[in-house]
Design a protein around this ligand. Structure first.
Ligand code: FES
Length: 212
């Protein structure tokens, strides 16, 4: 921060050199605070946008290496079309989702129609054709969980993460899905994050669980 008696000309020069804003005197501490807060938020958004763009570039660069890794999976399954479900499961574990380019590659290498690969990838709910976040949240809305407030848990998660079921947060940290009974109704309402079960949940516990 620079203080001084600027002319319009020097203020313009400062803006050209990257100054965020200038404040005319007299100003209050609140005026100053508001401007500094706005500047920091702008900087944070810019850094976040750069981080996402960098991640996108790295993903594109990784595409070739990724196809090599998938070829290895196909080799393990003897390039056999009868192993398609296993191949897709392992591919999703590796890549995190099933991009179209990968499905095309699998169809080509197995010598099966792309429609067959697509129909299996879209039939099973466990498969995702959209990028998934680093952590997958499965919210149980089976009968027991529904009766014990599963819908409220889902509401709270939607508000905390700013996404709906089936979506991924903008920073690709979380994806959320609704599922039917994860097999521990005694702990209802339950959510499963990756492989970790969180039972007897209340809305208040959600921020802590997400932080973990
Ligand atoms: S209904 Fe949620 S665990 Fe069974």
């Amino acid at each position: 921060m620079i203080t001084g008696h600027a002319s319009v000309q020097t203020a313009v020069e400062a803006m050209k050199l990257g100054a965020f804003e200038y404040v005319e005197k007299p100003f209050t501490p609140d005026d100053l605070l508001a401007i500094v807060t706005k500047a920091l938020e702008g900087k944070k958004e810019k850094l976040e946008a750069e981080r996402i763009e960098q991640a996108r570039r790295e993903r594109a660069m990784g595409e070739l290496g990724r196809l090599d890794a998938i070829d290895e999976i196909l080799r393990k399954y003897d390039y056999s079309p009868s192993n398609l479900i296993g191949i897709l499961q392992e591919t999703q574990r590796k890549v995190n989702y099933l991009p179209q380019s990968v499905l095309r590659f699998i169809a080509q290498r197995l010598n099966v129609p792309l429609t067959r690969v697509f129909s299996i990838a879209t039939f099973y709910k466990a498969f995702s054709l959209k990028p998934r976040g680093r952590h997958l949240i499965n919210v149980c809305l089976g009968t027991a969980c529904h009766v014990r407030g599963g819908v409220n848990i889902m509401d709270r998660l939607e508000r905390e993460l700013n996404i709906k079921a089936g979506e991924t947060t903008y920073d690709e940290r979380f994806s959320m899905e609704s599922v039917r009974c994860v097999g521990c109704c005694g702990l209802a309402p339950v959510i499963v994050i990756d492989d970790n079960f969180h039972g007897k949940l209340t809305q208040d516990k959600i921020p802590k669980v997400l932080k973990q």
